[in-house]
Design a protein around this ligand. Structure first.
Ligand code: MG
Length: 248
């Protein structure tokens, strides 16, 4: 895991996160019913290249896309392709960039057109669980204080957190130690310190927490077919508390 050693490192990571957030902002505007997930992916690559940074996911362990685009019952790692995004869908866009060796990672879940109340409530709860997790990213806390705050909020809303996929350290590589589960008892795991950089990413299902990986070897879907939402920010722990590097 990266431990920011100089103010310059934080400046570079902030720049990486700001570029990523600006790309995500533009994609939110471009997303519309009738487009395929591949069309959205190609737009994301174009926007990233225009910023003169590198897409961090493309080719990562063989992943073919620039973005992971996961629709409805897809939780994470949706491979962009011919799936048409329709009115009433919820779409998770997960993107990462590499700016001169400094990595950032973020995800949002967006409603498309007129979306049912249960899906909107799921999106709002997932976003709020991320905010609560980020608040726990403080020097002196333990890693699973983040996990516990996410799980307890999500379950109080009647939803469930995915176990099989977790957040992670980030900085000089896309995925670094430690793993950050979105569930568990508080007070365990590494002690958090200033200079740590974490990608916190709750994945929340409307139904049960179990998931399956589909035949393409990547795309995770809910076992019960219920819809799922995902939000992620890259966060630095600093003397002034948590700083969200990928703020929209
Ligand atoms: Mg991530």
């Amino acid at each position: 895991m990266i431990l920011l050693k100089s103010p310059k490192d934080l400046i570079m990571l902030k720049r990486s996160g700001a570029i990523l957030a600006s790309v995500m902002q533009k994609l939110q505007v471009l997303l519309h019913p009738g487009m395929t997930t591949l069309e959205l992916d190609l737009l994301s690559e174009e926007l990233i290249r225009k910023e003169k940074v590198l897409p961090a996911f493309k080719g990562y362990n063989g992943f073919p896309g620039t973005a992971c685009i996961s629709v409805n019952e897809e939780i994470v790692h949706g491979i962009p392709g011919s799936r048409v995004i329709s009115d009433g869908d919820i779409v998770s866009i997960d993107l990462g960039v590499n700016y001169e060796g400094f990595f950032s990672d973020m995800a949002v879940t967006l409603p498309v057109g007129k979306v049912g109340d249960d899906k909107l409530k799921l999106i709002a709860a997932t976003k709020e669980s991320l905010n609560l997790g980020i608040k726990q990213a403080q020097a002196g806390n333990h890693l699973t204080d983040i996990s516990h705050s996410i799980q307890s909020f999500v379950e109080a809303q009647g939803f469930s957190v995915v176990r099989q996929f977790v957040g992670h350290g980030i900085g000089r590589a896309l995925h670094e130690e430690p793993e950050i589960p979105n569930y568990g008892r508080p007070g365990f795991g590494p002690l958090l310190k200033n200079g740590m950089v974490l990608a916190i990413e709750p994945m929340v299902n409307l139904g049960g927490w179990e998931c399956l990986v589909t035949g393409n070897g990547w795309t995770a879907v809910t076992k019960d077919g219920s819809v799922s939402a995902h939000f992620e920010h890259t966060v630095a722990i600093t003397d002034n508390g948590p700083v969200v590097l990928t703020k929209l």
